[in-house]
Design a protein around this ligand. Structure first.
Ligand code: PNS
Length: 165
């Protein structure tokens, strides 16, 4: 048998997380079980006007990933591949909810591979019950005073309510 020494895999789960949903959290939990370390990296997006500031998004994420000791929260700006190189990550983790996500995710994954060939993108599937869930819909429902119970962690639900009063 060959004596293959595998390095513990460090993965980055990048996104806007405005706000983190139960779908993101489901993926974080799945990712934390297969990667040695998982960095949830929040994009400091200068184009979009987010509902939650970067600090608020990071605070909410830190609160909800507390049960997973190998998960870290960080922020990044600029190219994702540059951030991944700086953090010495091996993998980019992205979630695919439905076939409709695939086209854009494939395009991003192939472009990231072109920019940094050694970095692998791994796609994982969230639980089927979250296949329709997105931060954009959560924001819209909350802003129109609908219920987001069961769609986001309780801490996020509370913050959303405070945001729209
Ligand atoms: O949660 P989102 O908004 O779907 O996440 C998108 C994200 C942050 C993964 C993507 O916009 C990104 O990687 N932005 C960083 C800039 C970059 O590297 N762009 C080239 C992508 S091929």
């Amino acid at each position: 048998m060959t004596d293959l020494k595998m390095e513990p895999v460090l993965a980055i789960y990048p996104g806007s997380f405005d706000p983190v949903t139960n779908g993101h959290l489901d993926l974080i939990e799945r990712g934390s079980k297969i990667f040695a370390r998982l960095i949830v990296a929040i994009l400091r997006n200068t184009e979009k006007a987010p509902l939650f500031s970067l600090e608020e998004r990071a605070e909410m994420l830190r609160e909800v990933v507390a049960p997973f000791p190998n998960v870290e929260i960080d922020c990044f700006h600029g190219l994702l591949v540059d951030y991944a190189r700086q953090r010495r990550a091996h993998v980019l983790l992205r979630g695919i909810r439905a076939v409709s996500d695939y086209e854009f995710e494939l395009q991003m994954a192939m472009m990231n591979r072109k920019l940094q060939p050694g970095l692998e993108t791994v796609f994982m599937l969230p639980a089927a019950e979250y296949s329709f869930l997105s931060s954009r819909l959560v924001r819209e429902i909350a802003q129109l005073r609908g219920s987001v119970k069961g769609l986001v962690p309780v801490a996020v639900e509370r913050r959303l309510r405070a945001k729209v009063v």
